[in-house]
Design a protein around this ligand. Structure first.
Ligand SMILES: NC(=O)c1ccc[n+]([C@@H]2O[C@H](COP(=O)([O-])OP(=O)(O)OC[C@H]3O[C@@H](n4cnc5c(N)ncnc54)[C@H](O)[C@@H]3O)[C@@H](O)[C@H]2O)c1
Length: 313
């Protein structure tokens, strides 16, 4: 049987991967990253003791070769933008549905002991009255949300049909270091403040999200890798705290020492849910997961990271 301490991380050169791979390496795992560098960057893992292979998750032969000798898969690779999925649903489908299917099928052939998949909370459930949980009915309102639901469907089916031990984690909105290439609200707010341009809020600022630090997400991913969880399990990994976009803007302005930085409102964008936050009760029960980083503290250290690693370049 393949060694479970040899882990393939698809999309490991991306934002979440940069923290997760460091965490796994520090915990004694041998890590191979598989990434096509479409939104990730090999430099995110500079100096990290992990092997990097350039490849696409839609490429069956490349996946089979990357899985050689691997005992587990952390599947992060995805077309991750709601807005981009509305503009180009075909690419979103090919990467997130077909690509995830091919990762699962390659993992089945390789006989790995665990596959952990990155899924999403808000976009997958759609417009529901929060807090959402594993009992909420998924009704995605964007191609991105639909693609993640399809991936969870295949992960559950592969667990039952082939005994593949899959776990899907539905992330809330992740923030933290290595997010400079992301186009999420916090990154855009930080960039606006640094550039001396107004912060742009789509809608009236009452739209809400659940923000979770990438260290907490990475800890949950490692727990899902190590705990004996039944195949097909789906868990929300969130903070359980609802934060409006206007509150987020205030926290970002405070962290940057610019509390009066101007804000500009524009029309809301298609495919984005109005309100979202999630409970993590089941993840606490099944994985022993609970968030540890408060949003104001996390935003503060993330601003410091941007100031040191992004704005000085
Ligand atoms: N960041 C968030 O707030 C958030 C929230 C919910 C879910 N997620 C999910 O978490 C995962 C990681 O997200 P992230 O924020 O780190 O995104 P990211 O875009 O920074 O990372 C994705 C990585 O996958 C790689 N990739 C994309 N398409 C690929 C392909 N066809 N073949 C191989 N590699 C490919 C990219 O180059 C990148 O390195 C994704 O599955 C995403 O959908 C993220």
């Amino acid at each position: 049987m393949a060694d479970a301490r040899r882990v393939l991380v698809t999309g490991g050169a991306g934002f979440v991967g940069a923290t997760l791979v460091r965490r796994l390496v520090a915990s004694g795992y041998w890590v191979r990253v598989f990434d096509n560098y479409s939104t990730g960057d090999a430099e995110h893992l500079a100096g990290v003791e992990a092997e990097q292979i350039e490849g696409d998750i839609r490429d069956i032969a490349a996946l089979d070769s990357a899985l050689n000798g691997m005992g587990a898969v952390m599947h992060l690779a995805a077309a991750g933008s709601v807005v981009a999925s509305v503009a180009d649903p075909v690419t979103n489908f090919e990467v997130n549905v077909l690509g995830t299917f091919r990762v699962l099928d390659a993992a089945r052939r390789a006989g790995v002991q665990r596959v952990v998949l990155a899924s999403t909370g808000g976009a997958l459930i759609g417009d529901a009255t929060p807090p959402v949980s594993e009992r909420s009915l998924p009704r995605p309102i964007s191609p991105y949300g639909a693609s993640k639901l399809a991936g969870e469907g295949y992960a559950c089916a592969f667990a039952h049909a082939y005994g593949l031990p899959t776990v899907a984690l539905r992330f809330a909105n992740v923030y933290g270091p290595w997010s400079a290439r992301k186009r999420g609200a916090m990154t855009m707010f930080f960039r606006a403040i640094e550039a001396g341009e107004p912060i742009v809020i789509y809608g009236d600022g009452t739209a809400s999200r659940d923000y979770i630090h990438v260290d907490d997400i990475s800890r949950a991913l490692q727990l899902a890798l190590e705990r004996d969880v039944p195949g097909g399990t789906v868990l929300h990994i969130a903070s359980g705290v609802e934060t409006t976009v206007a509150e987020l803007a205030d926290l970002c302005r405070a962290a940057a020492g610019a509390p009066d930085h101007p804000v500009e409102h524009r029309a809301p964008r298609a495919g984005e849910v109005a309100r979202n936050f999630a409970t993590y009760d089941l993840a606490q029960q099944v994985l022993g997961y609970a968030p540890t980083i408060r949003l104001d503290e996390g935003i503060h250290t993330t601003w410091e990271w941007f100031a040191k690693h992004v704005f000085t370049l």
